[in-house]
Structure formats: structure tokens, C-alpha cells
Design a binder for this molecule. Sequence first.
Ligand SMILES: *[C@@H]1O[C@H](CO)[C@@H](O)[C@H](O)[C@H]1NC(C)=O
Ligand SMILES: *[C@@H]1O[C@H](CO)[C@@H](O)[C@H](O)[C@H]1NC(C)=O
Length: 475
Amino acid sequence: MLLTKQSLTVFVLLLVQLIGTFAQGILPSGWENIKLTRELDLQHTFTVESFQLTIKNIADKPLKQYFIPIPKQLRDQLSTITASLSKNTDALLNCYVSDTLNTLEDGTVLSYGVVELPTPLQPGKEIDIVARIFYNIAGIPYPSKIKIGEVQQLYFSTNRLPLSPYSTLEGRLLVKTKSDVKEDNKPEDQFLQGTFNDDTNTLEFGPWYDIKPYTVSNVDLIYKHVPALKEVINLQRDIWVAHWASTIQFEEYYELTNKGVGLTDGFSRLEFMKRSQLAQFGMIPWIHILEMSLPEQATEHFCTDKVGMVSTTDVVGDTFYIKPRFPIFGGWFYNFTIGWTNPLNQFLQRYENDDETFLLTVPILNGPQDTVYDNVNVTIYLPEGAELLDAGSPVSYKSISTAHEHSYFDMKEGHVKLTFEFKNLFTDIGKADLLVKYRYSKAALYKKPLSIAAYFFSALMGFFVIRSLNLSINN
Ligand SMILES: *[C@@H]1O[C@H](CO)[C@@H](O)[C@H](O)[C@H]1NC(C)=O
Ligand SMILES: *[C@@H]1O[C@H](CO)[C@@H](O)[C@H](O)[C@H]1NC(C)=O
């Protein structure tokens, strides 16, 4: 495969930099929200907060940065921020998290996501933008335990009116869940209440007019949510690149839990058997089957856990189905390892007129649908003798590090080991590719079998030397 311009544009697409460049204490001002619609999507194991904004520069100087509040307690759960101009959703805007913390009168502490316009907007002008904030959170099971056969409900609290640092002329809140959603502690004031729109399956609030900056007001939501809430606490994903065998091998260790509802009466086998029929249709909030979506053409699948090889697996197309040894109810864990192999040329591209420089593009994740990941390490092992030239991730990472790792037949410096450390990922973000550019000369390719031969040769020599020494002693 040759590297084309198109494949290069793919990785700039998701570019998000979560770095704070703001000095402490600078507070946002200068904008007015002409229209602010906030949509909260609670249909997944993660939460998506979308803002559709028409904003106006009411300052006396051009403005470039627009601030969106992020409650401090959610900052550690932040996954990513994306934004674009409404007119041109392909043109992604630069987004990051500000260092600024702001304590409001009632004690609420806010941090901010910052959306940067491509060019500063002149005073008096308006612009439309769309911003999305992804959080590694879901509603909390309510009640926290149920009997088998009861339906899981989740509870979610958030701000009702816009919490924006700017005044808002017209504001709305929309809440989307998998099934209908009710409000707990409904306020008397009808003006504040929401109405459920059956057509769009959305709880709609507002429009509200002339809302002051930093209006703190709470809304508590209760909604049915049938599927389990899959959470991978830790994932270690290892990727071995072998030019010699023309393969790429994946091995992943998962520490998985269900952060959904627990069981009141413990686990009754009989009751479970009766209901497990339903589970096959995804109707029950426990993890019964894991559907791992693997790259096309994967072979040599395996799955092990601490008991040993898991035999209840199946491969259908690109999906590797794993049936854990027990159903994973709320609060239970299942730790397991899976692995598979793919042809190397599926992920490796060569540069034109250069047969020693390669670009490896591998997806960040290959796990089950609708899953959140708290800590993920992706480690890529390049062949021995490869020289790492560059590496990048379209998704912000906590750290990136390189080291050398010796495997059995490595004679010299060993494999180059490159580790990306991520926090707060979720299934959809895993489709993005990591990029690794490296040089691997023909000489290095042939060095490996040669060094194996040399190893056997010197081992053999050593054996003879010892033998001859022994002989000489015996003599
Ligand atoms: C990832 O690597 C870091 C740094 O080596 C380590 O502290 C952390 O425990 C690792 N996390 C996982 C999930 O393996
Ligand atoms: C499985 O993973 C969890 C979460 O990290 C951990 O607390 C537990 O000790 C692990 N269990 C085993 C048997 O390794």
C-alpha cells in the first residue's frame, strides 16, 4: 500500500488539544448568546453534551475564544471536546480546557472548555457554532439494586438553565434518552418544566429568555435504560509488528465491570436461566455476551481468563463473540485477555520512492460497542532494529513513552516499544488511528534470522567449549 494524501487528512480530522494555555484568573466575557440550545444525550454509557450556538461579540475588541462551562467535578471525567462552524461542519475548530477555575457565589466551581474561532470576530458581529463535550459518565442506577426481571433506571442531575458565563437571550435544554424520561423534584413553576415530545423521544425545556450569566439551577432526571453500562477500568493493548512474518498481532487485557444496577437477592441460577432468553436480545442490564469488533481478516483468535482458555467464543465476520463464564451484574468484574492476528499490509503503508520508511496506522481500540474506558495503554512493538521517526494520536493522550523490550531472540537493543497512555475513552473514539512512522532497513530485516543463527552457533560453540573443558578436567 502506498501512502496517499487522503489517508493523511484522516488523522487531522479528530484533532483535539486538551491543553490549558490560559493564565489563572482570566474570566470569560465579551460574548452574548443570542441563541443557546443544549442537548444532553443520555442514550449511551458515556454522555454527550451538544451546544448549538448563535453568539455575538458585544465587546469593543475582536474576540477569538468562546468559553463553555465544565463543572469542576466533571473535569476528571472529560473525554474530549469538538467544535465546528455550523455552516461548515467539516472545519473543526481548535478546542482545549482552560486552566481557569471560577468559584460562583453558591460554591459551584467551574472550569471551562475553550472553543477557538479560526479568526477573531469583530465587535457587533455574530457567528454560529456547534460544540460537543463528551464525558465518561452515565446516570447512576436508581434504585442501586433491583430483582432479576425488573428494569434498570438511571438518575442524572445537571443544570437546567444555561450556566454560561455570558448572558443568554434565548435558551433551551433538550434531553434524549433510550426511553421516556421523567423529572424528579419537578419545580412548581410551569415555565421551568419540560414537556416530552413523543416524535423525537426528547424531553424539551424552554425556550427561556434573558438568562443572566452563571445561572445555577438544577434538574434531576429519571429514565429507564435497559442495557448494561460497560466500563473498562483498565485496558492494556499490545500490538506486535513483525515484518519477518508479515503479520501484526494484537493482545488485549481487559478489566471490565458493569457500572449499572446490582442485584438485591444475589444471583439465583434458576431465575437467571428463565431470563437469559431475554438477554440475547439485549433486554437485561447485565453483560451476557461481549461483541468485540475486530479489524477485517483477523485470524488466530483466542480468549483467556484467570481460569484458563475461554471456549465459549465464536467468530462471525469481523466480530469476536465472547461469553464470559458468568453474567456480569452491576458491580461485578470480569478480567480477560483476547488476541488475534492480521496481515501486516492491512495497517502498514510504504512511502513512495522509499522502501525503508513505513507508516503504521492502527485503531486506538477494538472493543465492544457502547463502552467507556477509564485507563488505556496502547503499546506498539516495532521490529528489532527499527528506528522510530514520529508518532501521533488524533485523540489527546496523557503520556507517550518509548523503551526497549527484549523478546527471546533479540540480540541487541531489542524491540522499540512505544506506549500511548489514554484516559476517558469511549467506543466511538477508538475508531481513530494512531500513527507511527519508522525506518526499517532491509539490512535490519535480514538481521533477525541471521542473529538467530548466530545465537545457535555461539550456544553450540559454548557447549563444545564446556565439553572440551570437562574433558580436559577429567583427563
Ligand atoms: C499505563 O502505563 C502507566 C505508566 O507506565 C502505568 O502507571 C499504568 O498503570 C498503566 N495502565 C494500564 C491500564 O496498564
Ligand atoms: C480484576 O480487575 C479489577 C479492577 O481493576 C481488580 O480490582 C481485580 O483485582 C482484578 N481481579 C483479578 C482476579 O485479577
